[in-house]
Design a protein around this ligand. Sequence first.
Ligand code: ATP
Ligand code: MG
Length: 578
Amino acid sequence: MPLDSEADRLVRVVALKNALDHGGKAQLDAVMSKLLGSRPDLRFLIKGLIPDIKAQVAVVNVMPLAEQKALLEELAPGELEAKKHVELKSPLPPLEGAVVGKVVTRFPPEPNGYPHIGHAKAAIIDEEYARMYEGRLILRFDDTNPLKEKLEYYEAIAEGLEWLGVKPDLVKNTSDDIALLHDYGRKLVESGGAYVCTCSQDKMRGLRAKGLPCECRGDGTDIINRLGRLFAGSYVQNEAIIRFRGDMADQNTAMRDPALFRIIEGDHPKIGGKVRIWPTYDFAAPIEDSLDGVTHAMRTKEYELRNALYFAILDRLGLRKPAMIEFSRLEFEGMPVSKRKIRPLIDSETIKSWDDPRLPTLSAFKRRGFVPEAIRKFVLSLGLTLAETKPPFEALEAFNRKIIDPKCMRLYFVRDPVEIHVQGAKMLNVTLKNHPTDASFGNRKVNVSDTLFIASDDARNLKEGDELRLIELCNIKVTDVDKQDGKVRSVWAVPGGDEIRQSMPKVQWIAKDDIVEFQVMIPKALYVGGEYNPDSLEVASGGVESFAAALAPGTQVQFVRFGFCRIDRSKTAILTHR
Ligand code: ATP
Ligand code: MG
């Protein structure tokens, strides 16, 4: 059955809007539900309309973005404007000089390690601005040191961003442009803006500290000849570098003739061993940003002193200058957010893998049960501050808890189980709800006899006469506590009354025939007082219900009175947070 012409227009508009909201691709389901929202009368006809709607969606999905926008403007004037308005409502402040449709940002990680939450902050801010102004985000692997970079890390970074939901419009490598960077380097030397220095590193360092130049930068040196020899391969590693001709007496030490190129012998993961002369970050970043069309370059505040150099290089080469925006580095107390600090722990095998739950890497957050949406909300909640304060980790946890709480089953884990014998209790076949209020989580059936387990923490202070509520089961009254060396070995009790009083401890339990050995890893502060904390990974041993033991890795649950956990592997979970 064909659509009536009004419905036809509506489908087209809905499909265009949906496509523009999702990078140019509309989804059939979303389009249908929006359509039925506006035209409930079509509900009974929808089956017959599906082929038509499908066809419309397909037509929209092959249009370039610009065409989608133009058509939407034509079919529904004002819709685009309304959309723009909504999108500008971001927690981030407006970008100075930003023009809708013209903003280009970039995220430039060095593929020398796994991405961490600091990278997430940078990438999310870069992306947020690109989207806010309907611009473009470039992911540029800043790979100019073959000794440090590995394919494994390019992949890990791409995966991390994908998990976060950051979608670059273009992915490139600085090394793709190595010939161009060489050309600009040569040009800078030839025009007197840089020179080849053959001093030893010690000498360079000494003179830089004193604010004095070396002979290499003076008139007596044939700089052009040296440049030729450098690129011809006449120097070996550490014998010669290209330095910016800055001011050796500048207050800003970053301007005291910093290195722009150095010789590095080694196989580059992308281009092999054919290139020996590699630009430093200081040289590559401004050139790449300028040539890539970046309008707003963002980086952490620690680079502040290098801004003068960034702009001076572009000035001397007559290249377009992006605006530079700074934000503070993200760090947490006791958790260093930096590859420089994480790598030594991995290299020394103090920590076995990049996804160890104590680390702030994205793979660790994922493994631990943090969801990307929470990381994004957290990062955006920090905004663009320059203050070097460490946000509390609990703030990130709070965002995550709010998102996962409605999605988690409530199950029982008992740490260091203690047996409890309920004399005279009948065999029961109970059905427990997997969530106290949301029936869609279903139920589980458990056979309960007169012997159960509770956590030793709950048993510790019990004494004769105490009344307890075994959650969702029954009340019991303690008749005897069997202790040895101050530790409770077992508890004896009798069935209690039916009334659930506020003052009664309410504890989780596991039936004797249902318990399965289980452990939960509890990540703690990795550093205490600047030192590696050897007790940073606590292991809580105990038991769970057989139902919980059978859950697939990746499942997130809340262990009642213990915390949110993600099943990591057979019989092991990781504590996400309380
Ligand atoms: P690291 O100390 O981890 O080695 P880096 O700055 O050398 O960090 P890059 O891969 O060069 O790491 O960083 C890519 C981008 O991510 C840069 O723009 C940098 O400013 C940003 N970034 C890195 N760490 C953080 C952080 N902790 N907080 C915010 N942004 C960060
Ligand atoms: Mg770096």
